[in-house]
Design a protein around this ligand. Structure first.
Ligand code: PBG
Ligand code: ZN
Length: 358
């Protein structure tokens, strides 16, 4: 009885298979073996695409873990040579540096002091691993006592713009300081400067300042499209750069906007930016796609920010996600959206996994 059933089903199936309605076009034909899948793969992800961030602090032999970013530390300058050698050994071509200064003040003086934390870090890295591409963050917020990305319209008798509210981040007063910071970093040996403060005209100001000092070969990686995001929380612990009051919505972009992203990117292209960046990445893949399509001539950078990292690490730490799978899939998604390069705290793990997979 059972045999008959099977026969009946099989003959029925054969009859149906010959009928119209079963697919003749079968995408699965190209997924049958690992080699076929490799041949038709549209997007690549390699260690060459990755940029690894460092938080640099004062002290000796410091490797201070960041609680909200498992696996990430603040390192003292004397630890950097060894750490950057690990980055190079994994085939990651570039690092981006964030400094935690000794003293903070209203304009962030340490940021452009040749003996400040970042110039020291740059010299140490370039001595230890000369081929490493050193990118520096050019913003004021880690260095100012108020934690804002520019100089403020103060309330204590020297409020230069009475028509602007107290505490407003002053755009044009901030520009020359950004120029000075970029020059100080270039003088110390930085390969690329990356302004992240979302001041209008910052690329022009930095380009002019660099060129005036003879640094016309130093590219500007502009954080052209940076949103006012809650995903920066863990970074602000790591870099100790949270604003002491208020927020950054008067200069960083509204998460609701994408046409405005194209306007920001167009301005930075016109001002001579050499790279465009969109930040954060994961909730803004559509923005990466649109900016890349509008300006395909410039390398596109996506910043896979601290909050994105923290979410994956938290879930993986609980055993709820396969960390390797999720990280590589996420980074691939950013590449597929149009990013050429990704700044990511996962860079070393990802490079290791990618190299193992070869
Ligand atoms: C500072 C800066 C921030 C980040 C990079 N540069 C923080 C901010 O704008 O508040 C965030 C990076 C991250 O979350 O990983 N201008
Ligand atoms: Zn800032």
């Amino acid at each position: 009885m059972r045999e008959m059933d099977t026969e009946l089903t099989q003959s029925k199936f054969k009859a149906q298979a010959g009928q119209a309605g079963f697919p003749t076009v079968r995408p699965r034909r190209l997924r049958r073996s690992p080699a076929l899948r490799r041949m038709v793969r549209e997007t690549g992800l390699t260690s060459d695409d990755l940029i690894y961030p460092f938080f640099v602090t004062y002290g000796e032999d410091v490797a201070q873990p960041i609680a909200s970013m498992p696996g990430i530390h603040q390192f003292s300058v004397d630890r950097l040579a060894a750490e950057v050698k690990k980055v190079a050994a994994l085939g990651v071509p570039a690092v981006i540096l964030f400094g935690i200064p000794d003293e903070k003040d209203p304009i962030g003086l340490e940021n452009f002091n040749p003996e400040g934390i970042i110039p020291r870090a740059i010299r140490t890295i370039k001595t230890a691993v000369p081929e490493m591409v050193v990118i520096t963050d050019v913003c004021l917020c880690e260095y100012t006592d108020h934690g804002h990305c520019g100089v403020l319209n103060t309330g204590d008798g020297e409020r230069p713009h009475p028509h602007l509210e107290e505490g407003h981040v002053l755009n044009d007063e901030t520009l020359p300081i950004l120029g000075q910071v970029a020059v100080a970093h270039a003088q110390a040996g930085a390969d690329i400067v990356a302004p992240s403060g979302m001041m209008d005209g910052m690329v022009t100001a930095i380009r002019k300042a660099l060129d005036k000092q003879g640094y016309n070969q130093i590219p500007i990686m502009s954080y052209a499209v940076k949103y006012a995001s809650s995903y920066y929380g863990p970074f602000r612990d790591a870099a100790e750069g949270a604003p002491k009051f208020g927020d950054r919505r008067s200069h960083q972009m509204d998460p609701a906007n994408v046409r405005e992203a194209l306007r920001e990117a167009a301005l930075d292209v016109a001002e001579g930016a050499d790279f465009l960046m969109v930040k954060p990445a994961l909730a803004y893949l559509d923005v990466i796609r649109q900016v890349h399509d509008a300006f395909p001539e410039l390398p596109m950078v996506a910043y896979n920010v601290s909050g994105e990292y923290a979410m994956v690490k938290a879930a993986a730490g609980q055993g709820w996600l396969d960390e390797q799978g999720v990280v590589l899939e996420t980074l691939l998604g950013m590449k597929r959206a149009g990013a050429d390069l990704i700044i990511t705290y996962h860079a070393l793990d990802a490079a290791r996994w990618l190299n193992e997979g070869d």
